[in-house]
Design a protein around this ligand. Structure first.
Ligand code: RFL
Ligand code: PHB
Length: 392
């Protein structure tokens, strides 16, 4: 058995775990990050693409903002299509804010580089990680590496290990309540080195199902189409994907789509999920370990960042001022923001997708909702306020 000692043991090296680790390291608070998989595997997962201003501010605070400001694409609005029409939400005019299009993979890479530079310890490809005794005075994380048992003795454990990770699962069922909604479809996404069809993101409502145009750079596009929840990427050749995407876009946009070979194709299930509370004495859940939102509205990664903000502030207060006020408030503060993003992404998912239960009546309601949005500055302002991210 190898024993390590630190102040905060972090399970999970996704954006939540790495950002928390980086902020703590900068504040002189020791931490160790562990993950089940390798760095390369984490960097091969294509996920979110839109950063709220508050997220960018946090990444600046973590001293990793340089490449984001250089290579990220500042968007002052986004478009949505329905009934052959295209409308735009002007975020900058409505709410005075922008969003930054910059891939999660790049954020993760920047955080990994900063961690390596700082010399803070990380252990990858560990097995059987578990938070232990988090309700007692001597919490620790146990795991195996290359068959050898390890433990990290610590003050606190941050469960940043995603939806399937061991942290939330270790909490006794009587101490946790979960709220869940599964959507009866998924998103099939492709990445291709072709110029994006428009310079801003387009969300398209169509009678064949949702379609979406996004990007990672001026030469790399990210497109999605709604698919069946049990569909498989092997069922979709590139040509079939491009044909279906174009069918779901307004004609003038479809005509401009540049197609090409995809180099990544994956299906993400859509789910809304919240676990309450997010703190169990010495164990804190953050990011996807505590909640999942459907990608419509791009809130998942941004919520992980606001959780980390509240947790970091609480831990800082604990170590600097010997006060538990911040960590005592963590769960309540984080959940208040989480539920608003859960509501917004649930609402946008309902406006934009075709459900198996969707009737002609429901289609008319979607059309009325989107037409109202196009005509009402009040409705647009509410959407813009949520899209750029509620304050934290
Ligand atoms: P992550 O990124 O899932 O990282 C968790 C880390 O924990 C590790 N882990 C373990 N480590 C040790 N022992 C174990 N037993 C472990 N089990 C798991 C994992 O290997 C992993 O490295 O969670 P985090 O850091 O909270 O970050 C959250 C974001 O990743 C997430 O909210 C977004 O990516 C959600 N999401 C999207 N969000 C958007 O805003 N826009 C999108 O387009 C978008 N697409 C997506 C997504 C999430 C997806 N998942 C989770 C299936 C597409 C997909 C496919
Ligand atoms: C993406 O670029 O992957 C993306 C953008 C906006 C969303 C979801 C995903 O709402």
């Amino acid at each position: 058995m190898t024993t390590h000692k630190t102040q905060v043991a972090i399970i999970g090296s996704g954006p939540s775990g790495l950002l928390l680790g980086q902020l703590l390291t900068l504040a002189g608070i020791e931490n160790i990050v562990i993950d089940r998989v390798s760095k390369d595997y984490i960097l091969s997962r294509v996920r979110a693409g839109v950063l709220e201003e508050g997220t960018v501010e946090m990444l600046d605070k973590a001293a990793i903002g340089e490449r984001i400001h250089k290579e990220g694409m500042l968007h002052s609005g986004f478009s949505y299509a329905f009934s052959g029409r295209m409308e735009r939400i002007n975020l900058r005019d409505l709410i005075g804010k922008n969003v930054m299009v910059y891939g999660q993979t790049e954020v993760t890479q920047d955080l990994m580089d900063a961690r390596e530079k700082s010399g803070a310890p990380s252990i990858y490809e560990v097995d059987e990680a578990h938070p232990v005794d988090f309700d007692g005075q001597k919490p620790y994380v146990s795991f195996k590496k290359d068959g050898v048992g390890h433990r990290i003795d610590c003050d606190f454990i941050a469960g940043c290990d995603g939806y399937h990770g061991p942290s939330r699962m270790s909490v006794p069922a009587t101490a946790i309540q979960t709220f869940e909604k599964e959507y009866p479809f998924g998103w099939l996404g492709v990445l291709a080195d072709v110029p994006p069809v428009r310079h801003e993101i387009i969300y398209a409502n169509h009678s064949r199902g949702f379609g979406m145009c996004s990007m990672r750079s001026t030469t790399r596009s990210r497109y999605y189409i709604q698919c069946a929840h049990d569909d498989h990427v092997d069922n979709w050749s590139d040509d079939e994907f491009w044909d279906e995407l174009r069918r779901r876009l307004p004609q003038e946009v479809a005509d401009d789509v540049t197609t090409g070979p995809s180099f990544e194709k994956s299906i993400a299930p859509l789910r809304s999920f919240v676990a309450e509370p997010m703190r169990f004495n010495k164990l804190f859940l953050a990011g996807d370990a505590a909640h999942i939102v459907p990608p419509t509205g791009a809130k998942g990664l941004n919520l992980a960042v606001s959780d980390v903000y509240y947790l970091y502030e609480g831990l800082l207060e604990y170590y600097r001022e010997k006060s538990t006020a911040g960590i005592d408030d963590y769960s309540q503060k984080a959940l208040a923001r989480v539920w608003k993003a859960v509501r917004f992404s649930w609402w946008l998912t309902h406006c934009m997708h075709l459900f198996p239960s969707t009737t002609e009546f429901d289609r008319k309601i979607q059309e009325a909702e989107l037409d109202h949005l196009a005509k009402s500055v009040a409705a647009q302002t509410a959407v813009a306020e949520n899209y750029v991210g509620l304050p934290f």
